[in-house]
Design a protein around this ligand. Structure first.
Ligand code: NAI
Length: 253
């Protein structure tokens, strides 16, 4: 594990009560950042804060619904009030895909997937960018998915939102790179998290089937995804702009 230096910096992570977001928030805090742990699930967000405090880091929890612009603005305002500014963001909150083919997908399931995973990233960047510009620049990583690069039957809302995240990331990268904000996306393969645990329900057989879809022969630990997020946010990725980085054990190759 590489040690990055985020000393004196401020970061916000959405979906930070869950697997990938919690791992990113902990890694950022361990690297010296003060971290706002933002999630719809405030209880679990507080758990993330406790884990960070136990590691000796500085973090604060805030409840956010990323599907609501005003809620996301309040998250950024909270961050600036609490820590004096914002340098880095990981827009990562997500929900599971539909589990229904298009003709059978209820409109509200379609709409919620787009609202959380595509509008959520839009509202995130919309409200984070002015705060990051006020500090003279920084970096953003948006969580797409392997499902942002290829199709998956039964997950039309998820796939459309995650493809959309890549287009939005590229556009934002073009709009803000000259002002000092590097914006990229990650495209994880299956990683151990609350979402994936719920979906597999502890079945070793289900995990083996999913693992076999990845050429590497296993699913990821959430930390392996967080490592890529830290790299993209850090100065080590100083020439990486608008990328959609697969971190997927070969799933999409
Ligand atoms: P998770 O379920 O452990 O974490 C997701 C978090 O997002 C949860 O804490 C949940 O409360 C939060 N959330 C849901 N709706 C929200 C909303 N409206 N506002 C604020 N927070 C909300 O899942 P995981 O796996 O850590 O997912 C993180 C991201 O990674 C998601 O965007 C997911 O689509 C993406 N991803 C996950 C993969 C995996 O295999 N774990 C693979 C590819 C992408």
């Amino acid at each position: 594990m590489i040690h990055y230096d985020f000393d004196g910096k401020v970061a916000v992570v959405t979906g930070a009560a869950g697997g990938i977001g919690r791992a990113t928030a902990r890694r950022l805090a361990a690297a010296g950042a003060r971290v706002v742990v933002a999630d719809l699930d405030l209880d679990q967000a507080e758990e993330t804060v406790k884990l960070i405090a136990g590691d000796g880091g500085d973090a604060a929890a805030v409840r956010v619904d990323v599907a609501e612009s005003a809620s996301v603005k309040a998250m950024v305002d909270f961050t600036v009030r609490r820590y004096g500014g914002l340098d880095y963001a990981h827009n990562n909150a997500g929900i599971v895909g539909a589990g229904a083919n298009i003709a059978d997908m209820p409109d509200e399931v379609w709409e919620r997937g787009i609202a959380v995973m595509l509008s959520g990233v839009f509202y995130g960047m919309k409200h984070e960018i002015p705060a990051i510009l006020a500090r003279g620049g920084g970096a953003i990583v948006n969580t797409s998915s392997g499902a942002g690069l290829i199709g998956f039957p039964g997950m039309g809302n998820y796939v459309a939102a995650k493809h959309g995240v890549i287009g939005l990331t590229r556009t934002a990268a073009l709009e803000y790179i000259t002002q000092g904000i590097r914006i990229n996306a990650i495209c994880p393969g299956t990683a151990r998290s609350r979402m994936v645990d719920d979906w597999m329900r502890g079945s070793a057989e289900a995990e083996a089937q999913v693992a076999a879809l990845h050429p590497i022969g296993r699913i990821a630990e959430a930390d392996e995804i967080a490592e890529a997020v830290l790299w993209l946010l850090s100065g080590a990725a100083s020439f990486v702009v608008g990328a959609a980085l697969p971190v997927d054990g070969g799933y999409t190759i």
